[in-house]
Design a protein around this ligand. Structure first.
Ligand code: GLC
Length: 707
């Protein structure tokens, strides 16, 4: 390979219709680069016919005929849009994520896509950050479980299979820690927090075999991730032995100049490649300056060859050298009944019943009349932030209004929008109130449009946009029974109207089967078994508020002034991590340990401690409970969180049934990473409190002593 051809493999260009900084690539630019052997990958082009046309140029017209790698953001669905990843995490069932990934991979690969830029493995405690929608929330253990499930679903066991795609764990690293929740903003964390909070899901992704990793836009301790050798090379490639490749995020290499880290594009190219970036997405600094940098000895020839080898290895693993073309006869054109059923079941499984007084839910299908009100009651825009644009255009969400009509065929179902998704116009509330007065029950469907969610969508106020709260309050004043369904991509502050609502169902952005899944839960066809993967703040001023916080030297104590709290807010969130109700009730017994003490050396040798608890359905309906295990290292050489999730199991029980749930704790669950940049993991002797319950507020505990 010539130097120019090597640099070509490192270049990824975007399809002509992409938007965003860093510019687009015209079709001609992509084709001529492919013909000249100066292109390694294309993102956002899909469709077997169009990818084959480009692939034919690269394979049959360039000197070496190296096939192109086609990448696309298949984040929560390709044609069949599943719930947003935050919703999937709420299911506390990694099988939901795996199903999404398997369906997505099959649809994407059939359309010429080899590689998805997913799963996002970013932990975040920032509901103001729009990309919380793409995350699995505030806990590293839950995020790790879901990240691994996604990688397994996308990749399977053989990437040559025509229903699998290469995964990409992103965004490396600590992107979810952006100050103020403002996208792309500064992140400054200790080595210990980097390794205990942000890195575990990436470790899980690599353990699951993730083929690639994407660098993040933020700085980490002042060093932009795209130029951060400690993260990209020392940790990822040397300490973890990652042999896949690192792709920059969109224009992220060139943005080293804007960061004030590189004085120009040539420096950006040198710094990024040297730090460990292997493929450059959209910006073209390496292709433009690489030959001169190499000639002047400012980039290392071995590093260049290593980057090329990593990229070629994935192309071989995908079978592209043997079989570079997609089968145009096998292209999947859209959702099918089986994938819709999977998306519908997934969406219902993700929903969280936040409140349910006086048995307001489930609704009876025999009810005489139902009023559906709210801007999202008759909307097809519930897919979520990363629906593939073509899928969003052709396959919008099933509407709640239509689904309610199908679920209660004998009922008189009316609709009144009441208010828009934003703005201050309240003139429509009158009609909504009239509809509510005339109905046996009202379903108020409110939330955020997906456009207020996702990348570059930070919100400083995370209440319901517009005057939707006024609509809820007006319906409440009728005194008629009603339920609120939230469709949103982030935790919302709901304090203003929560007390007036008898029942609140968190439905998130549920995807293509939104309306049907919401109706399935509203009418009790599916028992709501989801639990919150993020805390819901009482107010924006309370952020950051998360369950896995440190104790501080003066933990909050009611009525005691000089303790860590607010004068004008209670210390706890509106709804805690792990919270969620069911249509039935459960009792979880006190945790039992297989041993009350265990030597550290036994744990280091692979021994474990079993923690078990019984869970009983004490109600009259079958339902789902999520039994959760939390640990607290009572005293350690680094202050440890007051709780850390270390196990969960979602169970379905018939009325009166009892099940024993068992967890195993090993060294990895009880130890922690220190501030040593070389990566030192430590399990210290001492007391650990183990909590088992149905949320992070569980109180039933047992003490384990590590000797
Ligand atoms: C975006 C996102 C990244 C995505 C990439 C390609 O800026 O940060 O998650 O995969 O560009 O669309």
């Amino acid at each position: 390979m010539t130097v120019e051809e090597k640099l070509g493999q490192l270049q990824q260009l975007a399809g002509a219709w992409e938007t965003g900084p860093g510019g687009n690539s015209t079709k001609n630019a992509v084709e001529s680069a492919a013909r000249a052997g100066r292109l390694g990958s294309v993102l956002s082009a899909f469709g077997a016919r169009s990818t084959n046309a480009l692939q034919r140029i690269a394979v049959e017209e360039s000197r070496l005929g190296i096939p192109l790698l086609f990448g696309l953001d298949v984040i929560h669905g390709f044609w069949t849009t599943f719930p947003i990843p935050l919703a999937q995490a709420a299911s506390f069932d990694p099988g939901v994520a795996r199903t999404d990934a398997e369906v997505s991979a099959q649809e994407a690969r059939a359309n010429g896509v080899h590689w998805t830029f997913a799963p996002m493995a970013d932990v975040t405690r920032e509901p103001r950050w729009g990309r919380v929608a793409e995350s699995c929330g505030e806990d590293p253990y839950l995020t790790a479980e879901f990240t691994a499930a996604k990688v397994a679903g996308y990749q399977g066991r053989d990437l040559r299979a025509k229903d699998r795609v290469a995964a990409c764990a992103k965004h490396f690293v600590a992107y979810g820690g952006a100050e103020g929740g403002r996208d792309y903003n500064t992140v400054d964390v200790s080595e210990a927090r980097l390794r205990n909070l942000y890195l575990p899901p990436f470790r899980a992704a690599l353990d699951a075999g993730a083929a690639t990793v994407m660098a993040s836009f933020n700085t980490v301790g002042g060093v932009p991730a795209h130029g951060n050798a400690h993260a990209l090379t020392e940790i990822l490639k040397h300490q973890w032995g990652f042999d896949g490749f690192v792709v920059s995020d969109w224009n992220g290499v060139r943005e080293l100049v804007a960061h004030g880290f590189a004085e120009d594009d040539a420096a950006a190219a040198r710094l990024a490649l040297t730090a460990g970036v292997d493929m450059e997405m959209v910006s073209t600094t390496l292709r433009e300056h690489g030959e001169r940098l190499l000639r002047e000895g400012r980039i290392d020839a071995g590093r260049l060859d290593d980057a090329v080898a990593r990229i070629l290895r994935l192309k071989f693993t995908l079978g592209l050298f043997d079989d570079p073309y997609a089968d145009e006869g096998a292209a999947v054109a859209g959702p099918v009944p089986a994938t819709r059923r999977a998306a519908r079941a997934a969406a219902a499984r993700c929903m969280v019943l936040l409140k349910n007084e006086r048995g307001t839910l489930p609704l009876r299908t025999s009810v005489g009349s139902i009023a559906v009100v709210g801007p999202f009651g008759d909307s097809g825009d519930l897919l979520g932030t990363w629906a593939v644009p073509a899928a969003a255009a052709k396959y919008p969400s099933v509407r709640v209004l239509d689904a309610v009509r199908r679920a209660a065929p004998g009922a008189r179902v009316t609709y009144a929008r009441g208010v828009a998704t934003e703005g201050g116009d309240t003139r429509g509330i009158r009609a909504a109130v009239a509809a509510a007065r005339a109905a046996d029950v009202t379903v108020v469907v409110v939330g955020e449009p997906p456009a207020l969610s996702g990348e570059a969508a930070a919100r400083a106020d995370i209440g319901l946009p517009g005057v939707q709260e006024r609509l809820i309050e007006a319906v409440a004043r009728t005194g008629r029974p009603f339920v609120v369904v939230l469709v949103n991509g982030r935790p919302l502050t709901v304090g203003g109207w929560l007390d007036s609502a008898p029942a609140v169902l968190e439905a998130w952005h549920p995807g293509v089967e939104a309306g049907n899944a919401i109706a399935d839960v509203l009418f009790g066809k599916v028992d709501p078994g989801g639990r919150l993967p993020v805390s819901f703040p009482r107010a924006v001023g309370q952020i950051p508020v998360h369950y896995n916080h440190e104790s501080t030297g003066r933990p909050y104590a009611a009525g005691v002034k000089y303790t860590s709290g607010y004068l004008d807010l209670p210390p706890d969130p509106q709804f805690a991590f792990g919270h969620g109700l069911s249509y039935t009730t459960f009792r979880i017994g006190a945790p039992r340990l297989s041993r009350a003490s265990v030597p550290a050396r036994a744990l280091h040798a692979g021994d474990t401690v079993e923690v078990s608890a019984t869970v009983t359905n004490t109600g009259a309906h079958a339902g789902d409970e999520v039994v959760q295990l939390y640990v607290h290292d009572v005293a350690a050489s680094i202050a440890r969180p007051v709780r850390e999730l270390r196990g969960f199991e979602r169970v379905t029980l018939a009325p009166g049934a009892t099940r024993t749930v068992r967890f195993r704790l090993g060294a990895r669950d009880l130890g922690f990473w220190t501030n040593d940049p070389g990566g030192v993991f430590r399990l210290e002797e001492g007391a650990f409190d183990l909590y088992v319950g149905n949320s992070s507020t569980a109180t039933a505990k047992r003490r384990l002593t590590v000797t």
